[in-house]
Design a binder for this molecule. Sequence first.
Ligand SMILES: CC(C)(COP(=O)(O)OP(=O)(O)OC[C@H]1O[C@@H](n2cnc3c(N)ncnc32)[C@H](O)[C@@H]1OP(=O)(O)O)[C@@H](O)C(=O)NCCC(=O)NCCS
Length: 326
Amino acid sequence: MAYNVGVIGVGSYLPDKVLTNFDLEKMVDTSDGWIRERTGISERKIAADDQATSDLAVSAAKKAILDASIKPEDIDLIIVATVTPDMYFPSIACLVQKRLNAVNAAAFDISAACSGFIYALEIAWQHIKTGYCKYALVIGADALSKITDWDDRSTCILFGDGAGAFVLGRVSEGGILSAKMGSDGRGAEYLTCPATFFGKEELAKRNGKNKATIWMSGQEVFKFAVKIMPYAFEKALEDAGISIDQVDWFIPHQANLRIIEASARKFGLPMDKFIVTLQKFGNTSASSIPIALDEGIQTGKVKKGNILAMAAFGAGLTWSSAVIKL
Ligand SMILES: CC(C)(COP(=O)(O)OP(=O)(O)OC[C@H]1O[C@@H](n2cnc3c(N)ncnc32)[C@H](O)[C@@H]1OP(=O)(O)O)[C@@H](O)C(=O)NCCC(=O)NCCS
């Protein structure tokens, strides 16, 4: 027996500290005009020095659990998508479990960079669909500010910190209609942050310094993104048996306004079919899609019963997409 699996709770959290483009003008050779024109971003939120990724994750999770009207003990699976764990181990999922007292859950993290949230969603979906689990807490949480090279103007202007969470459970109709994941490791070198090993190539990218910070070939990632985002939307829609004009809201990964505009052009859609939050939050990595959905709900745009199409891409290179009837 396969169960219908729906999103029964949504929550997000963004840190208080705001870093504007004007602040960045004082840190690197850049300008508000350049950043807005090339990315659409005006400001982003940055975690405090004493705020860990797990803190962001717990705050988002608490809101999602409240929204779902369940108890932490009801949760039997916690999956956190992150590339900025507090520690190599334990996982953020285990730290969240402890803080929530979600004593009955199995908990683990997954690493698929900005595509990670939908990877986690897909894994949790399978577990509930088959009856193996009843309630899953799926979190996307990242504090990329902690691994940003603040001297590199080509990357430090892009990212922000945040967390978003869904509670998934059985529903009588609708719910997750499809979820897709894909990777192309041939592009692994284009977006990197070393952890335990600095190979020659990674050292060369960082002028011989073993800095554990983000390095990116922006143009290569951009080329991948404009190609893969419409493909990812199309794949998930095809699997769900939903046409483009049946979609109420497109919720894309929030990396760059030009990438989202390219998808809108490809589908002949106006930009107001897309939820866009990157102006205020930048690219918040694994948390960008649940944050955007929560923002859509909070602002009254997204309503119960809406059909949502989500698509993400990121380091790996990875991509993922999903269609959900809320
Ligand atoms: C990073 C990105 C915004 C750069 O925009 P771009 O239009 O490709 O810009 P380019 O890299 O071609 O650089 C153009 C010029 O601007 C300069 N530049 C780069 N960053 C700058 C900044 N913050 N301010 C001012 N100038 C900058 C470059 O040095 C280059 O100068 P040059 O022509 O003198 O060499 C864009 O490539 C991008 O968004 N890529 C995808 C990144 C992404 O989504 N990553 C996350 C994946 S989840």
